[in-house]
Ligand binder design. Structure first.
Ligand code: ZN
Length: 445
């Protein structure tokens, strides 16, 4: 693999001491970070296969989108006026048309989603959906790093649940494909997945040593259902069922009680994916208690959720919205400093997925998952607070270059593994075909 040297940039390392390197450099060999520093410590450029002068640019670890459903780009703009965090809103705007969705629709949709993620600075994402085999195939082809959780949607159809469980176990047993790691993904515990299916999922996940990515305390039904049945919140009911023994990564978590937060804090590997934009857009009253969770020592990562709920994969904007909603919830200015919002969108996302030793920060020995933002355009000007500038003035559209494991996926705003226009055309044909089938009421086999 080619060695390369990036220099002349402002480097956000996101290492344990949050070092910012002015006139910084970083060297990459065999896909890993071989060195980094600033100014005169720069090694001899002649030693490298490639050298890039990145004056006027920000170099940072690739962003980690900790919760999405990449195939749902097919539903972009389709939930206007509906809350996707209520059973009713989700069922009518998403689930009904989803019944027409076939495995052949997934690849072109996920490919375009991966392209949008890469082109806005994301190097790793965590997905949950059915047809996970197709999601994994398309994610692998994109070159991004991904955790793909097999999402079981059961909705009272126990036979369908059993068949999906078998496929999910086979998917996870198939092990990782390139940079793609398979997990289980109970869709919405209790409200959707039955107790019987949930128990089978947790048993298989613990036996196979893989994580589970699920929605938790997202809709009002989540806690209502378990409180009525056992007098427990959904988090407490899941804890009682052994869910917190292994790795659990939970999206949304809008309605956590202090006892629920204590369960997350006491668990060996539990984390939260805060989806600030999707939460706000849903109109739900609850807001994920990020400050309380972080104070209790819980890892909180950031996710866009699907682009029907959000409409964008821009993790730079997601940091900003998470910052804004935290100020609003806590009633004080920036209770989560910009520097911490960046940590949540990088290293904390990596840690939530069990990848904290591999990615999420720029440190010697880690995989070279690197995003480069151009700071020479509108929105950027001289500032003593580069982290604040990125979070509150930046945009994913400032992304110029991106590497995953030392492989260039984006160069000069252009995808390298695939042609964006071609992905866009494939997707447009898939989109038309899918929505025509929905209009005709054609169910997938
Ligand atoms: Zn979701």
């Amino acid at each position: 693999m080619l060695s390369f040297l990036l220099h002349g940039a402002t480097v956000l390392t996101v290492d344990p001491s949050n070092r910012v390197l002015i006139d910084g450099w970083i060297s990459v060999e065999d896909g890993r970070i071989a060195g980094l520093g600033s100014g005169a410590t720069r090694p001899d450029p002649a030693r490298f296969d490639e050298v890039l002068d990145l004056s006027g640019h920000l170099v940072m670890p690739g962003l980690v989108n900790a919760h999405t459903h990449a195939a749902m780009i097919l539903f972009r703009g389709r939930s206007e006026g509906h809350s996707l965090l209520t059973m009713d809103g989700w069922y009518h705007s998403i689930r009904e048309p989803e019944l027409s969705l076939g495995p052949g629709d997934i690849g072109p949709a996920v490919a375009l989603s991966c392209a949008e993620m890469a082109l806005s600075g994301t190097t790793t994402f965590c997905d949950q959906y059915f047809h996970a085999e197709e999601v994994a195939r398309a994610a692998d082809a994109s070159g991004l790093r991904a955790v793909v959780a097999y999402g079981i949607v059961e909705l009272g159809d126990l036979e369908h649940g059993r068949a999906e469980l078998e496929r999910a176990v086979a998917f996870v047993e198939g092990q990782r494909r390139g940079r793609v790691i398979p997990w289980f993904g109970p869709h919405a515990p209790f409200v959707d997945n039955s107790e019987q299916t949930l128990m089978a999922e947790v048993e298989a996940a613990n036996r196979l040593g893989c994580g589970m990515h699920l929605h938790m305390a997202a809709g009002p039904e989540d806690n209502e259902d378990t409180l009525a049945r056992w007098g427990l919140t959904a988090t407490q009911a899941l804890e009682r069922s052994g869910f917190f023994a292994g790795r659990v990564h939970a999206a949304h978590c809008l309605d956590l009680s202090p006892q629920d937060i204590a369960i997350f804090a006491a668990a060996p590997a539990a984390s939260v994916a805060h989806c600030a934009t999707a939460g706000l857009r849903s109109g739900r009253e609850g807001i994920c208690p990020v400050v309380d969770l972080r104070r209790a020592g819980v890892i909180v990562a950031l996710g866009t959720d699907n682009v029907a709920a959000n409409n964008a994969y821009d993790m730079v904007t997601e940091m900003k919205v998470a910052g804004l909603v935290a100020s609003h919830r806590e009633g004080r200015a920036q209770p989560i400093p910009s520097r911490d919002l960046i940590r949540m969108a990088t290293i904390d996302g990596a840690r939530a997925l069990g990848l904290g030793d591999e990615t999420g920060s720029l440190e010697i020995g880690k995989a070279a998952d690197i995003a480069v933002f151009d700071m020479r355009g509108p929105g950027w000007s001289e500032t003593p607070e580069i982290e604040t500038a990125l979070v509150y003035s930046g945009s994913g559209r400032d992304l110029r270059h991106l590497w995953v494991a030392g492989e260039a996926l984006v160069r000069d705003r252009r995808l390298l593994r695939a042609d964006f226009d071609e992905l866009r055309r494939d997707y447009a044909a898939t989109y038309r075909n899918f929505w025509d089938r929905v209009a005709r009421g054609e169910r997938a086999a």
